[in-house]
Design a protein around this ligand. Sequence first.
Ligand SMILES: CC(C)(COP(=O)(O)OP(=O)(O)OC[C@H]1O[C@@H](n2cnc3c(N)ncnc32)[C@H](O)[C@@H]1OP(=O)(O)O)[C@@H](O)C(=O)NCCC(=O)NCCS
Ligand SMILES: CCCCCCCC(=O)O
Length: 164
Amino acid sequence: MATTITNAEAMAVDLRGESDWTAFDAPALVGSSLRFVSGDPQGDRFRVRYYRDAAQQLKARVWFGPETEGPPGHAHGGSIAAVLDEVLGLSGWAAGHAVVVANLNVSFRNLLPLQTVVTVESEVVSINGRKVLVKGRVCSGSAIYAEAECLCIAIGQPKTSVAG
Ligand SMILES: CC(C)(COP(=O)(O)OP(=O)(O)OC[C@H]1O[C@@H](n2cnc3c(N)ncnc32)[C@H](O)[C@@H]1OP(=O)(O)O)[C@@H](O)C(=O)NCCC(=O)NCCS
Ligand SMILES: CCCCCCCC(=O)O
């Protein structure tokens, strides 16, 4: 019997990282609860693959599928914010802090065409008591789609970070 596949399922989406990145296993660090953004790797919304770069900062390759649409042909701002929320919060965890996101400030710089694979970069820029400040951006080559600053607050004991 023939199997029905949607256009998006049939689509090859290249989420490979750079040669000096290593795969990062998010569920191994935080559990399997992060389903909203990265829980459907064959879906029509987001497809996400996590890495650490050579400086050990968390990076993600993210495909914005047809179901992230907001303005015609482009990603909904909330979908971009959701991706930044997860990646930057997870970046705090990857740096060893058991955090939740308290404040996320996003600047949308350019419309993001649907079915684009972007890189989400993150950098932990300061740690002040329970406050872990993470900056990040959504980009592809020289194109910057969004930039964000994320205040994470530690709610538990520091976690041993995992290499991938
Ligand atoms: C973030 C959260 C844990 C903070 O609550 P708390 O543990 O009681 O901590 P406090 O309110 O004492 O805040 C701790 C510090 O962070 C600061 N802070 C907390 N939220 C902040 C915010 N939104 N913006 C700026 N600073 C904030 C406080 O001012 C405080 O700073 P201080 O130590 O210099 O006084 C709580 O508000 C929360 O659970 N929010 C929901 C988080 C969430 O649902 N995120 C999305 C899913 S990850
Ligand atoms: C348990 C890992 C938390 C990572 C950040 C999630 C961001 C959010 O839910 O808003």
